[in-house]
Design a protein around this ligand. Structure first.
Ligand SMILES: [Zn+2]
Length: 258
């Protein structure tokens, strides 16, 4: 029994990242363009977004974009072209932001919360510890805090694993961030998909259990293993959010998985 009817994967741009940032020193000279994805679930209980991409307005001014995004990990700012715009892609399948009843956030990094403020009628589901970290003094100093700062956001804080509805489970997968979460989605025909979000960037991280970017390595490795165990026990498919090979071979919106 599942209330989920369709899964749409949106390609919302690219981040230019050193591979060593994804796999801890393995591939120091290699630069990857990793996709930024967001997801829409069409369910019997309404439309549900999982993450909301990176706000392209942050990239409009070159000098400002370089100041924000260029560092040891990212040799150049992200790329968000008009065809990557989330709201445009939603409109193309007939969805307005006000039609979305829930937004589930994997975590509060800027490439996941960019367009959150547009989903004004949605309940926003986040792990309590992630929300607390995002609203801490440290969190408030981050450039993307303004993406989540609106007092009008209808936060719904959850603690650990949580069934959102039949066929849709949030799984606490801390490590990359204190309260990072992933989704396990049961589709009527396509089987079970594990939307990893940023537990790790690449499929390679899961295959070889290699850590990527994390605030807590022990938790991050446990999260990689937890998702691998779910795949092993259910036959689910991993859907890594930032893996170029996976995303470039996936069925992207306006196509969908049913
Ligand atoms: Zn992240």
């Amino acid at each position: 029994m599942t209330d989920v009817r369709k899964l749409y994967i949106f390609l919302c741009g690219y981040e230019i990242i050193r591979k060593s940032a994804c796999t801890r020193g393995l591939g120091d000279n290699f630069i990857l363009a990793v996709p930024i994805c967001a997801y829409l679930l069409d369910t019997a209980q309404g439309l549900v977004m999982f993450d909301t991409g990176l706000d392209s307005a942050r990239l409009a001014d070159d000098a400002r974009a370089r100041a924000l995004f260029k560092n040891d990990k990212f040799p150049a700012p992200p790329i968000v072209l008009p065809e990557h715009e989330l709201l445009t892609q939603l409109a193309a399948i007939g969805v307005a932001p006000d039609d979305v009843s829930q937004v589930i956030l994997s975590h509060t990094h800027g490439d996941h919360v960019g367009y959150l403020r547009h989903f004004r009628r949605a309940r926003v589901v986040i792990q309590r510890v992630e929300h607390a970290a995002a609203f801490s003094d440290e969190g408030r100093g981050r450039y993307f805090f303004s993406d989540i700062a609106s007092p009008d956001i209808d936060w719904h804080l959850i603690d650990g694993d949580c069934e959102i509805m039949p066929g849709l489970d949030a799984i606490l997968t801390g490590g990359h961030r204190p309260g990072h979460q992933s989704l396990v989605v049961q589709l009527p025909e396509s089987g079970t998909k594990v939307l990893t979000a940023d537990v790790a960037d690449l499929r390679e991280n899961f295959v070889s259990e290699i850590l990527g970017s994390a605030v807590d390595d022990v938790a991050a490795l446990a999260s990689i293993r937890r998702l691998n165990a779910i795949v092993a026990s259910t036959g689910a498919e991993l859907v890594p959010l930032h893996d170029p090979d996976f995303v470039h071979n996936a069925r992207l919106a306006p196509l969908f998985y049913a």
